[in-house]
Structure formats: structure tokens, C-alpha cells
Design a protein around this ligand. Structure first.
Ligand code: C2E
Ligand code: MG
Ligand code: MG
Length: 604
């Protein structure tokens, strides 16, 4: 009979074993091996059950199906709320699965966040998708545990054996390939296994076996991508990016690094990479002295879990003579936060060696300010995804702005990754970003080419990609006093125009006078000034001061606006006023005007 557990009943799971799971304990115990937490069949028992189901289906010419259910984001629940809550969630999942199964079906837990449902005598394979839908629906129902409302989704891989040719291992492997395909789609849901989705799995196997021989065959090489000062473009560091060139052709690190992490090959490869970074640091310092670029090197969390890591890094530093303070270890934010307490201990030991630490791909994970302050971190590398849209998308700009101000408050250096054009560079400079890495300046290069680039820069002087940022302050008068609706219309029009052309600034109105500051690319600011001069709302337009600006005073992609017209609720200044000074008179003193305008920074 189909059972279902309502959220209200699940709430009891906070303190008790869920009912369904406890009945699972009883039945699974009769079978032999069971999972201690959920009472469902464990991996070993599941394998045996699949094998006997396949045997039966061969003799009675029926089909067997296996659904592999992977609970999405489970690690995050464990990490955020603790293992106890995670365990209770798994028990609830087990209970809900038990509630969905019928005669001829059984549920089990493979381990971690993976469950299975085995179905015998399957008539139409398509009915398995209905079961997968049902499972997805029931798991999606919120779970209330210890006062917390959690929601989970699942990725379900389905494999059906209709001719008795598969083994339990095949079924599990194929179901896993289908789960991976669901995950790759990124939308949860379900997927049947087909030979087609098996291709990537085979590809992964091929890469894994190639990787195991790559070091011995000398197929790896370090490339270096320059990291430059945000406004001048001067090279200050370089990130070591690993390249793999097997005889079949190059494979991207985005493909082979995750596989190396999965198989554990990353331990040996990472040791080799760190040694290359040490050799580069020592060589470059011999060549260029203290002016030499620092070396940034990626370290995966799988390496952090290796007990020999710290000793091995210490030995590499000793043997190569590298200066640890000029080496920066990059660890991705998501990996770091997955098990912060465990990683923290290793990070402190690495920092004790003198190594500096960076959080890579920052902004994609979930670090809180509190967590950041606990870590011996020196640098935040802002993920390319936020840089990509900085000149278009207000959300990316907000993230960059927040990261920059948080980094500054914590005394961290900021590196923006993936900068591809001068608009992005100008924006990042305007927000006070320290360093930049991206194709706009340099691509990853083999070491010899990177050395040539630095040599050229030293010979020619710093490259200095100057940012063409310009500011202007002007005053004008209005033909008649401005009404509020007229202000609003002006403001709306100006804001939308300035946002599209990248102008920031501030507009002040008082007693029929405007004072305005505009900042942006020189040609854009000048073009806008021409428009202002032709605008009937501005008379006697007079420039107070203009020139190059190192940074924007106003960070918003639009104008700030201040109406200084006296309000009825403000104090009466008439008896304090010797002589009214208008904005046009104030314009005699450029410095005061500049101070006056920029005092309104951050207001709108
Ligand atoms: P990452 O550490 O975030 O490195 C930055 C990636 O962005 C590099 O990709 C780099 O080539 C690319 N990139 C830099 N500037 C630009 C740009 O302006 N536009 C675009 N489109 N891309 C840009 P790559 O070399 O393919 O490396 C990918 C990832 O592989 C790295 O991301 C890192 O996570 C990992 N990786 C690379 N080498 C190693 C290594 O030795 N060890 C470990 N554990 N991971 C590595
Ligand atoms: Mg990196
Ligand atoms: Mg990165």
C-alpha cells in the first residue's frame, strides 16, 4: 500500500525516527545487511537484490528497472545546518521513498545522499518516469526538522534491463551516468540511461586512465597568465595554469582537473604543480629581484584533505629556495566552504609556512563575513561571471561593489578575473579594484613567452594602459524656477541616458541655478556637454573645472540628485544670512565646487 508522510508527520523526525524508516528497518533486517541510519538495504544488499532480480527477469522474460536518486545540494545542508540535521533529512528521504514503493519494488541507500528504488516485472519502461516524477514530487515537499524548513530536490537516473544482459554493476553504473546527465542539465528531474549518455562516462574513464600516466610521460606544462595593477596594467604576478597535452590533443583543465580530483590523481599532479610554481618563483626572483612577479597556484580541496600536503609543500619550498611569501595559493570558494572547519586547520598550517592564500572564484559560494574573518586569507579573486556583466548588469555591479567594500574592510587585496575589455577595466578601477587578470591584458603563456613579456615590459617601462576617465563641473541657470514635476522629468531622462553611456555624477539645484558634475569617458562627457548647451532648460552654461580623473567620485551608473531649494520644515536661515551666495558665484572657486559636489558621494 502506498504510504506518504506529510510535512507535519515529518516534523516528528526532528526527534524520532520517521515511521516509514522504522518499518524499513524491520523489513531490511529480515533481508540481512541494512544501512544503519535509514534502515534501508545497504549497497551490498542492493547489489545482491539487483542480481537476483535480473536472474528472475531472465527466466520469466520480464524487465527490471533501477532508479538512482541523488539528493541535490545535500552537502550544503550538512555544511550549513550540521550533520545531525543532515542525518534527519536523510531519514525523512528514506521514509518518503518507502512511502512511494509498491509490491515488487524495494528501496535502498547506496551511501551519502544516494538512494535507489529497484522495480521488478516492469511492464512499460515509460511507467518508470511516472515513478521518478512521483519521487521527485514527494521529495520536493518541504521538510520541517528542529524548527527548520528545508526543501530538497533530486536527480533521478533510470535504467531498465529488458533482455537480461546487464549485471548489478552495469545497472548501478548506467543509473549513475543518467544521474550525471540530469545534473549536467542542472534542472533536477529524471533521465533514462541510453548508450548516448554513456559516452561522457567512457570519455571520463579514458581521461582518468590518461591522467594516471601523464606525469611520467611528461605531458603536463605550466602556463602563466599575468596579473596586473588595475589602472596601470603593470605586471605584478602570474597565475600558474596547468596545461595537459596528451598525444590525442590538448584537454582543458576544466575537464581534466575535476576528473583528477575524483580519482585522486590530483594529489600527485598538485605536488608537481606546486613544485613548478616554486621553481618559477625562485628563477624569476634570481632574474628580476624583488620586482619579480609573485606566483599564484591553484590548490584543490582534495589536496587539502591529504595529510602529507603541508610537509610536502614545506619540502618543495626548502628544495627550490622559493620565497613562500611570494607564492599565493588559490582555493575556490565553494570547495573551501564545503567543509570549512576541516579546511581551516590546514589553511592555518599553510599560512604558518609563510604562504599567502586567496579565495578563487569568489562570489559563487556562500562565505559569510564571519567565516572570512576566521580564515588566514590575503586575497579575494572575484569570479569572471560578475566581471562579465559589470558594464551591463546592475546585479553584477552590486556584487562587485559589495565584494570590494567587504575586501577593503578586511584589509584584503582584490583581483578581478576574466577582464576582457577596457570598459570592464575602467569600471573595476572606478570601484577601487586592486588587480586584474584577463585576456584584455595577457593570455596564459608558456613560461618562456611569459618571461619575454615581462622583459619587454621592463625594457619599455610599465605598459600603463591609462584609463580615459574625465570629469567636468559646470554651472547653469534655468529660465524660470523649476517645479517638482519638471525636476522629476529631467532626472528620469538624465538617469536613463547616463546609465547607458556610462556617466556618473551629481546634479544640484538651488534658486534657479544648477551645478553639475559629470564623470566618464572624455569623449562621452564632452558630447553630453554639447547637448546640455543646446538644452533650453540650461542657460549661461559655464564650465567650472574639468580634467582627467583617476577614480570616479560617484559609483552609481546614473546621477545623484540634490534639490537645495528651501523646504518648509527646515530652519529659518534668513536672520543668519549676510548675503545669499548662488551656485554661479560659488563657481568662482573650482576647488570648493569640487569638494562641495563630492561631499554628496553615496547620496541619491
Ligand atoms: P581559475 O583558477 O579560476 O583560472 C582562471 C581561468 O580563467 C583560466 O582558465 C584562465 O585561462 C581563464 N581566463 C583568464 N582570463 C580570462 C578572460 O579574460 N576570458 C576568459 N574567457 N577566460 C579567462 P583555464 O586555464 O582553462 O583553467 C580553468 C580552471 O582549471 C582554473 O580556474 C582552475 O580552477 C583549474 N586549474 C587550472 N590549473 C590548475 C592546477 O594546476 N591545479 C588545480 N587544482 N586547478 C587548476
Ligand atoms: Mg585560480
Ligand atoms: Mg578563478
Amino acid at each position: 500500500m502506498e504510504k506518504s508522510i506529510t510535512p507535519a508527520r515529518t516534523a516528528d523526525a526532528a526527534t524520532h525516527l520517521p515511521d516509514g524508516a522504522s518499518s524499513g528497518v524491520t523489513s531490511a533486517r529480515h533481508q540481512g545487511k541494512h544501512d544503519a541510519l535509514t534502515g534501508l538495504s545497504d549497497r551490498c544488499a542492493i547489489r545482491a537484490r539487483i542480481d537476483s532480480a535480473l536472474q528472475r527477469s531472465r527466466s520469466n522474460k520480464s524487465s527490471t528497472a533501477l532508479l538512482l536518486i541523488d539528493i541535490n545540494g545535500f552537502k550544503l545542508v550538512n555544511h550549513t545546518h550540521g550533520q545531525e540535521i543532515g542525518d534527519l533529512l536523510l531519514m525523512t528521504v528514506a521514509s518518503r521513498l518507502q512511502g512511494q514503493i509498491r509490491q515488487g519494488e524495494s528501496a535502498g541507500r547506496l551511501g551519502d545522499n544516494e538512494f535507489v528504488v529497484l522495480c521488478e516485472q516492469v511492464g512499460q519502461a515509460a511507467t518508470m518516469s511516472l515513478l521518478a516524477e512521483r519521487i521527485n514530487d514527494i521529495l520536493r515537499q518541504p521538510v520541517v526538522i528542529a524548527g527548520l524548513t528545508l526543501s530538497v530536490t533530486a536527480s533521478v537516473g533510470i535504467v531498465v534491463d529488458s533482455d537480461g544482459t546487464q549485471t548489478a554493476n552495469d545497472m548501478l553504473r548506467h543509473a549513475d551516468a543518467a544521474v550525471q546527465a540530469v545534473k549536467a542539465r542542472g534542472d533536477g528531474g529524471w533521465q533514462f540511461f541510453s548508450a548516448h549518455i554513456h559516452e561522457p562516462a567512457q570519455q571520463r574513464m579514458k581521461i582518468a586512465s590518461g591522467l594516471s600516466m601523464a606525469l611520467a610521460r611528461n605531458e603536463f606544462s605550466p602556463h602563466f597568465q599575468a596579473i596586473v595593477v588595475a589602472d596601470s596594467g603593470r605586471i605584478v604576478g602570474a597565475e600558474l595554469l596547468l596545461r595537459w597535452n596528451p598525444p590525442e590533443g590538448p584537454v582543458s583543465p576544466t575537464v581534466f582537473i575535476p576528473i583528477a580530483e575524483m580519482t585522486g590523481a590530483i594529489i600527485e599532479i598538485g605536488a608537481w604543480v606546486f613544485r613548478q610554481a616554486c621553481l618559477a618563483e625562485a628563477n624569476w626572483r634570481r632574474r628580476w629581484g624583488e620586482q619579480a612577479p609573485y606566483v599564484s597556484v591553484n590548490v584543490s580541496t582534495r589536496q587539502l584533505n591529504d595529510e602529507t600536503l603541508v610537509d610536502m609543500f614545506a619540502a618543495a619550498l626548502r628544495e627550490t629556495g622559493a620565497d613562500p611569501t611570494r607564492l599565493l595559493l588559490e582555493i575556490t570558494e565553494t570547495a573551501l566552504m564545503a567543509d570549512i572547519d576541516k579546511n581551516l586547520n590546514v589553511l592555518h598550517r599553510l599560512a604558518d609556512l609563510g604562504l599567502r592564500l586567496a579565495i578563487d572564484d569568489f562570489g559563487t559560494g556562500y562565505s559569510s563575513l564571519a567565516q572570512l574573518t576566521r580564515m588566514p586569507v590575503n586575497v579575494l579573486k572575484v569570479d569572471k561571471a560578475f566581471v562579465d556583466n559589470i558594464d551591463k548588469d546592475p546585479e553584477s555591479r552590486a556584487v562587485i561593489r559589495a565584494v570590494l567594500s567587504m575586501g577593503r574592510a578586511l584589509g584584503l587585496k582584490l583581483v578581478a578575473e576574466g577582464v576582457e575589455n577596457s570598459d570592464q577595466q575602467a569600471e573595476l578601477c572606478a570601484h577601487g579594484c586592486d588587480f586584474i587578470q584577463g585576456y584584455h591584458f595577457h593570455r596564459p603563456l608558456p613560461e618562456a613567452a611569459f618571461v619575454d613579456t615581462v622583459e619587454r615590459e621592463i625594457r619599455d617601462g610599465a605598459l600603463g594602459a591609462a584609463i580615459p576617465l574625465h570629469f567636468i563641473i559646470y554651472v547653469s541657470t534655468t529660465p524660470a524656477p523649476m517645479t517638482r514635476p519638471a525636476f522629476d522629468a529631467l532626472l528620469k531622462q538624465a538617469r536613463s541616458f547616463n546609465r547607458t553611456v556610462g556617466i556618473t555624477g551629481c546634479l544640484i539645484y538651488q534658486d534657479c541655478c544648477f551645478m553639475q558634475m559629470l564623470e566618464g569617458k572624455k569623449e562621452v562627457v564632452e558630447a553630453l556637454m554639447e547637448k546640455v548647451k543646446l538644452d533650453p532648460r540650461h542657460c549661461d552654461v559655464r564650465t567650472v573645472v574639468e580634467g582627467p580623473a583617476r577614480r570616479r567620485a560617484f559609483v552609481d551608473w546614473s546621477m545623484n540628485f540634490l534639490d537645495l531649494t528651501p523646504r518648509p520644515d527646515e530652519p529659518d536661515f534668513t536672520q543668519w544670512q549676510g548675503r545669499a551666495i548662488s551656485l554661479t558665484e560659488l563657481a568662482e572657486d573650482a576647488r570648493t565646487c569640487y569638494k562641495y559636489m563630492t561631499a554628496y558621494m553615496g547620496r541619491s
